[in-house]
Design a protein around this ligand. Structure first.
Ligand SMILES: [Zn+2]
Length: 248
């Protein structure tokens, strides 16, 4: 383990451009449950019933009451953990340029990362379905459901529902960034869902080192990753940053 931390710090020290690909695993320590897998929201809800754009269009109040209110409760009080802070620190040190994330919790920006590509949009903001005005989710009054814009339009999460497209610009930029980095840190994701799954492959094919930080082995581990540092994102990032500060 210590050898792997040292290896990661050496690889980061030698790298000009570092990018990170993150997923639900990095936000667990902030109290955000994953959607997929054990304990995930989709164990309790059928996403096609409740998180599909058609379901929202059909009955926004229902989706607000069952899903969006619950997510708001969780995200409103969540704060970045050491995993997010470690990535922000890497940006501060001039190493990390861009975070590509599958998360919608806004915690990378809250930690201080300035260039965050969000494949699935963001839940930190709500958007008016009529005039597109945006409201910070924390500020949205939910005493009346569905909440509305000052223009009268219904507010929806600025995140991607099932049945909606990944923002094309996010996809285009992340492909470009993945092909032009020296190290890709894959943190808290098994990267099995597209389009995230493609990014480590592009990085690897373009000559980057792919360093995986996950509690367990994933499909990436043997095929793509140069090595896996097993553990929680917070603990591992703390140790890598501490090591990197010593050698740089
Ligand atoms: Zn409006």
């Amino acid at each position: 383990m210590d050898d792997l931390i040292k290896q990661a710090a050496d690889d980061l020290a030698a790298a000009g451009k570092v990018t990170a690909l993150t997923g639900a695993g990095i936000s667990i320590e902030s109290g955000i449950p994953p959607f997929r897998g054990k304990g995930g929201l989709w164990e309790r809800f059928d996403p096609m019933e409740i998180a599909h754009i058609d379901a929202f269009m059909r009955d926004p109040a229902r989706v607000w009451n069952i899903l969006v209110k619950e997510m708001k409760k969780i995200v409103d009080i969540a704060v970045p953990n050491d995993g997010h802070k470690g990535l922000a620190k890497l940006e501060e040190m001039g190493k990390l340029k861009t975070v590509i994330t599958q998360n919608i919790d806004g915690l990378h920006q809250a930690a201080g990362n300035t260039d965050v590509i969000e494949f699935h949009g963001t839940f930190a903001w709500q958007r008016c379905m009529d005039c597109s005005r945006k409201y910070e989710t924390r500020q949205v009054d939910i005493s009346v459901i569905p909440p509305r814009c000052s223009c009268g339009g219904i507010l929806r999460p600025d995140a991607v529902f099932f049945g909606e497209m990944i923002p094309p610009d996010a996809l285009r930029r992340s492909r470009q960034i993945a092909s032009d980095c020296d190290v890709m840190l894959v943190v808290g994701t098994s990267a099995v869902v597209q389009p995230a799954a493609l990014m480590p492959v592009i990085a690897k094919e373009s000559g980057a080192k792919v360093v995986e930080i996950n509690p367990e082995r994933t499909p990436l581990t043997d095929e793509i990753s140069d090595y896996l540092i097993p553990g929680g994102a917070g603990d591992v990032m703390n140790r890598i940053v501490a090591e990197l500060e010593q050698i740089s």
